[in-house]
Every structure is written in C-alpha cells, then in structure tokens.
Design a protein around this ligand. Structure first.
Ligand SMILES: [Zn+2]
Length: 202
C-alpha cells in the first residue's frame, strides 16, 4: 500500500520548463531510474533518490526494486502533465485551505477545484487572491506539471537543497506538497490503485 506522494510542481506564474531537459536532469542526478513498461514518464526510483531526500524522524524505509516492474508497494517517480490548463491536485489528506492573512478556513474548497484561478475574497479580513494562492498547508498544490514520488508519508521527508536546484535549474521556482491516495484533481490514474481518484468525491 502506498502511504502517500511527495509531489513537486513549478509555481503557476512561471513558464513550464523544457520536458526533455528536465527528464534528463532527473535521470542524470539519480532521482529517476528504469522506465516502467507501458507507462509514459513513470520510473522506478533512481539510485540516488534516498540521498536527495532528508527523512525526518525514523530511518528511511522506501521500498525499492531493480527491475522494470512495479506495483503499489514500490517507490516510483512519475511526471504528470503538462496539462493545458492549471489544476489543483490534492489527496485524501487535503484539508480546507486558509487565508494567508487571518487564517480563515475555506470549508467549501471542494466546490472550487475546477476554477482555481478565480479570485476569492476572504469573508473575515477581505484579503483577495486566487483559489490556488490560498495557504493549502502543503496538502495540495496547483500547477500544469507535477512530479510525484510515491511511498512517502506526509511530512516524512523533505527535499534536499540539491534536489530543488535540479528542478529549478532553469530558474523557475518550484514548490512541493504531500498527498495521500486516492489523488484528486487528475483524470489519469497514477497507479492502478488510484483509479477511483477524481475531483468529485469525498
Ligand atoms: Zn482573511
């Protein structure tokens, strides 16, 4: 069973990086390994993945394998997108986002997953921003391109500065968050176990 994904994405206000160069950097730096059969842009974890994450608390226990098959119990790295329009991806752990100024919680957030670029005005303090710019507390994130690492429990590991530099090599700022399956906000299933995921639902 997959306890969660650590998910990276370029911030929405920046142009997308060139995909071939990005995929090459991920492979060269050992983040991605063998490509999975019949799965585009989906890889086994690379040989240096564990060195590119800092595990908080107990020692890392990511299940890794060396051939080109993988199931829901193995750590994989997958690139999702680029999507034609921005989308918000979250998971079963996602909670109401908060106003950056007064921490007002937006309990109706699930009604707005399809219009994340629309402006919202805080009913408590009047602060205005787009839905995706609210404080999602690292439990959801918006973008057109995502890189997921499976088998990471929320908050269990943080990326090293070197990993963020690999992602940001051409200058775009990247961010990251943690989402537990089933993921919401993508049509494409991340793994066979996540096919129930969708914007609607819980
Ligand atoms: Zn507010």
């Amino acid at each position: 069973m997959n306890p969660g994904y650590l998910i990276f994405h370029p911030t929405l206000d920046m142009p997308l990086p060139a995909l071939p160069a990005l995929l090459a950097r991920l492979a060269q730096t050992g983040l991605t390994g063998v490509p999975l059969k019949d799965a585009p842009n989906h890889f086994l974890a690379g040989e240096h993945l564990l060195q590119r994450l800092t595990f908080l608390g107990c020692s890392p226990n990511l299940p890794l394998v060396s051939d080109d098959t993988a199931d829901d119990a193995v750590c994989t790295v997958q690139l999702l997108g680029p999507y034609p329009t921005p989308r918000l991806i979250g998971g079963s752990n996602s909670r109401p986002p908060r106003c950056h100024h007064c921490r007002h919680p937006y309990d109706n957030w699930r009604d707005h997953l399809s219009d994340i670029e629309q402006e919202v005005c805080c009913p408590r303090c009047g602060h205005r921003c787009a839905w995706h710019e609210l404080n999602w507390r690292q439990m959801a994130g918006a973008g057109r391109l995502f890189i997921t690492i499976s088998q990471v429990f929320p908050g269990e590991a943080v990326p090293t500065a070197g990993l963020m530099e690999t992602l940001q090599q051409t200058g775009e700022p990247w961010d990251y968050f943690y989402a537990q399956p089933p993921l919401r906000g993508i049509e494409e299933a991340v793994t066979d176990g996540d096919k129930e995921g969708g914007v609607s639902g819980q």
